[in-house]
Write a protein that binds this ligand. Structure first.
Ligand SMILES: NC(=O)C1=CN([C@@H]2O[C@H](COP(=O)(O)OP(=O)(O)OC[C@H]3O[C@@H](n4cnc5c(N)ncnc54)[C@H](OP(=O)(O)O)[C@@H]3O)[C@@H](O)[C@H]2O)C=CC1
Ligand SMILES: O=C(O)C1=N[C@H](C(=O)O)C[C@H](O)C1
Length: 247
């Protein structure tokens, strides 16, 4: 039995995780907590799933790593500096494996993978992410990671810089620059989580679009993460790609 705790249990994602863990034959819910003050309630868990807030997740991870509890993290806000800090914490307290996935939707992971594969073949790549207006951060963790993957693929292929003759703009009109890739964040009532990666070259464009219709769609990826995290080869794994055999 996988003994699982949930951080952020009353939230939009955490409440789905609680229901998914309770419905899984091979899992037992130890506790769901919604505040750092209540973390001791998951002390008997071997695994904790974190869907909290970018401002809370690093402290949560430190707490879990110190206790040797494997962490499956969906919370956004991870840049290289944060990932490095997690590696340092794990080096000081070996035992707990950490899986941080910017997106647990299997189709979203494929969208990111296909974007990485397509990137070297196009002059231009821009990312449009669209989310519900209650989202705390912008751009989304998915868009941030996709931009990094696109930029890495372009660098490896020696692709020329993207054409852009803009010399005059209203602040923000060209979106955020993430590793040289423009990312545009829309917050629109009625939406859940969506992303379009737009590629262009001479006379041709390609758009790769992913849509999350509900939050249950993330749960197969989350449960897969719990089942696999302890056996991952590295202390820290970023994304579901290696688990899905996409690398
Ligand atoms: N990787 C993925 O596939 C996905 C990732 N996400 C990410 O997950 C995160 C959460 O999203 P969402 O569920 O919509 O957000 P919500 O605001 O709905 O939920 C977050 C919950 O975490 C609670 N919380 C805050 N701090 C702590 C803490 N230290 N310990 C335990 N609980 C805490 C909050 O309580 P309170 O409100 O009282 O502060 C809240 O109930 C975001 O970063 C989002 O981007 C979302 C969807 C998919
Ligand atoms: O806050 C959300 O809703 C989502 N957050 C994640 C992100 O920041 O990429 C994943 C998905 O986009 C939904």
């Amino acid at each position: 039995m996988f003994k699982v705790g949930v951080f952020g249990a009353d939230g939009r994602m955490g409440s789905e995780v609680v229901a998914a863990v309770q419905a899984a034959d091979d899992m037992e819910l130890v506790a769901g907590v919604d505040s750092a003050a209540d973390r001791d309630a998951v002390g008997a868990a071997d695994y904790v799933v974190d869907f909290t807030h970018p401002d809370a997740v690093m402290d949560n991870l430190e707490w879990l790593i110190e206790r040797g509890i494997h962490a499956v993290v969906g919370t956004s806000g991870f840049d290289e500096a944060r990932l490095e800090r997690v590696r340092e914490l794990q080096a000081a307290n070996p035992g707990a494996k950490v899986l941080i996935a910017p997106n647990f939707g299997i189709a979203a992971v494929l969208m990111m993978h296909f974007a990485q594969k397509a990137a070297p073949y196009f002059d231009s790549t821009e990312i449009i992410e669209l989310h519900h207006p209650n989202k705390a951060d912008a751009p989304s963790g998915t868009a941030y990671r996709t931009a990094e993957m696109v930029a890495e693929a372009r660098r490896e292929a020696g692709t020329a810089p993207m054409p852009d003759a803009t010399t005059s703009e209203i602040d923000g009109a060209r979106g955020a620059d993430v590793d040289g890739v423009r990312v545009h964040a829309l917050r629109v009532a009625g939406l859940i989580a969506h992303q379009e990666v737009v590629f262009g070259t001479s006379g041709e464009t390609l758009k790769i679009r992913h849509d999350s219709m509900n939050r249950t769609s993330f749960m197969p990826g989350v449960l897969l993460g719990v089942r696999r995290v302890a056996d991952l080869p590295e202390p820290l794994t970023l994304g579901l790609e290696s688990i899905l055999g996409l690398e």
